[in-house]
Design a protein. Structure first.
Lengths: 381, 72
């Protein structure tokens, strides 16, 4: 019995990567420490994220049809492999809690200020639990709908903001000192572009494995370009005051007022941002549950979804005491914290796999007890 | 509030754990129960106002103290 029977196509994967990455960045724009040069930082960040993605894509090319947990088992052996898998699953788990916490903070500080955060958090996580239990195919289908409509709305709000554009706010270009610009670029690469490393739990379910790399590169580049567009839009609408806002996208959209008829569109925009947050949390919840099930050689990941969601919710409430701490974490600590998970460990795994000449075939022959979510030779309990 | 929390966990046990016993999926039952028990204990500790450090703040402090970062 396969742990996951669903299959996704490359368009679905691109949409899912887009929804996964852009939701968080619309909430807390990347590269903002570069000020008006944020868009340049994001463009540099795309290049870095593509390099990081190349590493984990080479890994998935070497082990097609294997999830991260299975790859670690093959490369590092049953004991060290499990430790590496736990480290990775921790990252996905913590990332999921951070996303949940951000969205809860966003809604409880801007819209539903008198509602206890736990109520908002429970509402979000319940939908994520439902989606994660249905499997990756359902999450991807949701992604296609949400991203298509969300992208249309993004273009529409940008169009509505056209009359508020002040191009002079972008000037002077490249006034940010180089180290700060590069740090902002690294920040944009790690949050959220290279977070696509979580898709190592999703790649095995792609219909055509050859599409993995093109779809991922397209997804990351597309996301990066939209993020750069968002950064430019926020800067030319809000000007230097953008830096003062925790959620600049929200405040930029708040200014929309077309003939006193079309206004307060930030509510609808926030719903789309929330929908993309749902995609990200659902993918991470799914990844952690599936990974844990593979780690413990279970027959199904579904019984683990609710317990993992409960733990994720508890951590989500205990990540930051306030939104300012969140901005501090994203700008300063996260680019350092995320790097081992996004680059160092996948690179190390790839190097060890190359040195040991381990590949899919060796892995299958050497670890007969290992469960594959896609293979047919699976041990039945 | 504590009663509400206990009721919530009982509901989760009824919906998620009991079916595993019926299907005799012991391994799944063990892992799910351990995770759920951890969740229950942590939420009880929070409910009784036991102070936990904020995780992301701890990471921020550690990174800022260890490295001189641009923009710090």
């Amino acid at each position: 019995m396969a742990l996951e029977k669903g299959r996704i196509n490359s368009t679905g994967l691109i949409m899912l990567i887009f929804g996964f990455a852009v939701g968080s960045s619309a909430l807390a724009p990347s590269g903002r420490i570069a000020g008006a040069d944020a868009w340049i930082a994001i463009l540099i960040g795309i290049a870095e994220a593509l390099l990081i993605a190349a590493v984990f894509l080479l890994l998935t090319k070497r082990f097609p049809g294997k999830t991260l947990v299975e790859i670690s088992d093959i490369v590092y052996g049953p004991y060290l492999g499990k430790i590496i898998s736990v480290i990775f699953l921790w990252y996905f788990f913590h990332l999921g809690s951070l996303v949940l916490g951000n969205y809860t903070g966003y809604f409880s500080s801007l819209f539903l200020v008198r509602t206890p955060p736990i109520v908002l958090l429970a509402s979000i996580i319940l939908i994520c639990v439902s989606a994660a239990k249905k499997g990756i195919e359902v999450i991807t289908r949701c992604g296609v709908i949400i991203v298509s409509v969300g992208l249309f709305f993004y273009l529409l709000t940008t169009f509505f903001l056209f009359k508020y554009f002040e191009i002079k706010y972008l000037q002077p270009i490249l006034a940010t000192p180089a180290p700060q610009l590069l740090w902002a670029a690294h920040g944009a690469a790690t949050f959220p572009l290279a977070e696509t490393v979580a898709f190592l739990m999703v790649f095995p379910f792609l219909n055509n494995k050859r599409d993995t790399a093109p779809a991922t590169f397209t997804g990351i580049t597309f996301t990066g370009l939209v993020m750069a567009g968002l950064a430019v839009r926020n800067t030319i609408v809000l000007g230097p005051s953008e830096k003062a806002y925790i959620y600049p996208s929200f405040h930029a959209i708040t200014t929309i007022n077309i003939a006193e008829i079309i206004n307060r569109v930030e509510i609808v925009a926030s719903l789309f941002i929330l929908s993309m947050g749902f995609l990200k949390t659902a993918v991470l919840l799914y990844g952690v549950s599936l990974g844990t099930a593979q780690l413990c050689s279970l027959r199904s990941y579904k019984p683990l979804v609710v317990p993992v969601a409960v733990l994720m919710s508890i951590l989500a409430l205990h990540n930051f005491p306030n939104p300012v701490e969140f901005v501090r974490f994203v700008n300063k600590a996260y680019p350092v914290y995320a790097l081992p998970f996004q680059l160092v460990i996948p690179l190390l795994t790839l190097i060890i796999a190359v040195i040991r000449k381990t590949d899919q075939r060796d892995g299958n022959s050497g670890h007969k007890g290992l469960r594959s979510p896609t293979g047919s030779k699976r041990r039945q309990i | 509030m504590v009663l509400l929390l206990i009721a919530l966990f009982i509901l989760i046990i009824l919906l998620e754990i009991i079916p595993l016993i019926k299907k005799q999926q012991w391994r799944e039952l063990t892992v799910a129960s351990v995770l759920l028990a951890a969740g229950f204990i942590l939420s009880m500790l929070i409910m009784f106002d036991i102070d936990f450090p904020f995780l992301a703040s701890l990471i921020s402090d550690f990174v800022e103290k260890s490295l001189a970062l641009p923009g710090s």
